[in-house]
Design a protein around this ligand. Sequence first.
Ligand SMILES: *Cc1c(COP(=O)(O)O)cnc(C)c1O
Length: 431
Amino acid sequence: MDYIQESDFTVLEEGFTARGLIEKIINDASQTEERDAFLVGDMEEVVKKHLHFLKTLPRVKPFYAVKCNNFRPLVKLFAEMGTGFDCASKSEIELIKEIGVNPERIIYANPCKQISSIKFAANNGVQMMTFDNELELIKVSENHPKAKMVLRIATKDSKSSYCMNAKFGAPLNTCRHLLETAKNLNIEVIGVSFHVGSACSDPQLFAQSIEDAHLVFDIASEFQHKMTLLDIGGGFPGIMEAKISFEEIAAVVNSALDKYFPEGSAVDIIAEPGRYYVASAFTLAVNIIGKKIVQQDAPESHGERNDPCKSVFYYLNDGIYGTFSRLLFRRCQHKLILHKEPSPKQPLYMSSLWGPTCDPMDQIAEHLYLPELCIGDWLLYYNVGAYTVVASSTFNGFHPPHIHFAMSLQAWEDVHLLKRGFEQAENTKKN
Ligand SMILES: *Cc1c(COP(=O)(O)O)cnc(C)c1O
């Protein structure tokens, strides 16, 4: 067992913030030549998000999606606050078990699992698993016959920044057959799940999917499956700047739940938020390690202004093989802030930002207008908590930045309160 301890965090004294910690680390580093990029994870932000989730979606129990950010102090914090966990691989299950979480709090939410991993789940007490196809049911019947299966349904075409339907989800017209197959194989189906796609921008997708799930519950009852679980997945925004707010989505979810799964319907409702909890909690501080001034001929110099325009390349000590890994595939949600505030009089130059590796793809941004910066200056990036460092590599010998986890005294107290509440609820369940 590896329970949470104060030593997992930098505990922030009264009046000191995570931003203050960033300043302190930058200050200390500025005395030396060691100016490695680093991240600060503000655990108070995560605790606040959790309290807000419980208040805003009171009928929904969160199962944190481990893949979003799986660093140990963070995952231990979730364990302590009493959330469940959405794991998608054997190692994620191992991690959650190692920190002392009862496997009943895990859903193995990957519809296509390797046989040895299914056996691993069976041997380690993980019962809830998702599926969206017939062959998966056959694998489960042979390797984990006591599993409690959750049917992952496809959602209607998604307006999310990261759509899931292309890979997972059973279309509604296949559900009857799947539920019948499960019955014939003697496999218990306990519920329905879906995922509207990450950073969802259309709350109606939740309403539509909850309605679809209700339909599948009805079909399941024809085959005497005892349906007790609705899993509304992830897709909740994690940053203030999101097009649709968490509260807007929650309002739609709450009314759809009241309509299709009203209180008293003996259905447990869970969600699998990832991004929501962590995106805004992490900040990257990255240092300029190189600079190149490029003189370009002005594209249209008409006599009066024929000085070549200056553009500047900055090379940073973190890039797409580190915190910016998602840039390879999608637009990221990070937000750039200059550490030293420029004066409004400083001229701006066309600038581009590059990572430290020798790969020409390793570019973080181009066509930015920035004041002239120096080698050794720092840049800050906000909103880098979700799907960033977890997808990094050590390509070219560059290691992802070190992470400092900051915990305020107030948040630490809230965590203990949440823990006590969770333990009491567990005890009353047992008795
Ligand atoms: C990735 C994933 C999540 C988390 O999604 P977010 O958009 O980060 O909330 C939840 N459930 C499943 C099945 C996933 O694959």
